[in-house]
Design a protein around this ligand. Structure first.
Ligand SMILES: [Zn+2]
Length: 135
């Protein structure tokens, strides 16, 4: 279990860029292909833009062709939480949030590469990237 970080909306509004605030705290989605991390190919760790909680590793990233950074595995079991998202009328999606601060990061789908079969479809602006050696 992760210790939750709870802050008022005004805290996040001050800390984040308008785009990051809209995505992480208002469940927005960045325009496909617009995010700087989509094409990031260096070795490193992707963490929550709000609270620095580690979310994904470069070794689990793949090019899904969607225009959003995509991963087939999470950093570890305490990285994220998932919730049903019923905001689309005809389809229930699975929302991915930061396990520490509840930031909206993206969605996970079941059409990813084997063996996990998962496709974590994330927003660039919801994450920050730190280049480093990862296994
Ligand atoms: Zn977070």
């Amino acid at each position: 279990m992760v210790d939750k970080l709870e802050k008022p909306e005004s805290y996040w509004q001050e800390k984040l860029t308008p785009e990051a605030f809209k995505v992480t705290r208002k469940k927005g989605t960045e325009r496909a292909g617009s995010g700087p991390l989509n094409k990031e190919e260096r070795s490193g760790i992707y963490s929550c833009v709000c609270c620095d909680h580690p979310l994904f590793k470069s070794s689990d990233k793949f090019d899904s062709g969607t225009g959003w950074p995509s991963f087939f595995e999470v950093f570890d079991e305490d990285s994220i939480e998932t919730r049903p998202d019923r905001s689309l009328l005809f389809r229930v999606r699975t929302e991915v949030v930061c396990a520490k601060c509840d930031a909206h990061i993206g969605h996970v789908f079941d059409d990813g590469p084997k063996p996990s079969g998962k496709r974590y479809c994330m927003n660039s602006v919801a994450m920050k990237f730190a280049p480093q050696e990862v296994k």
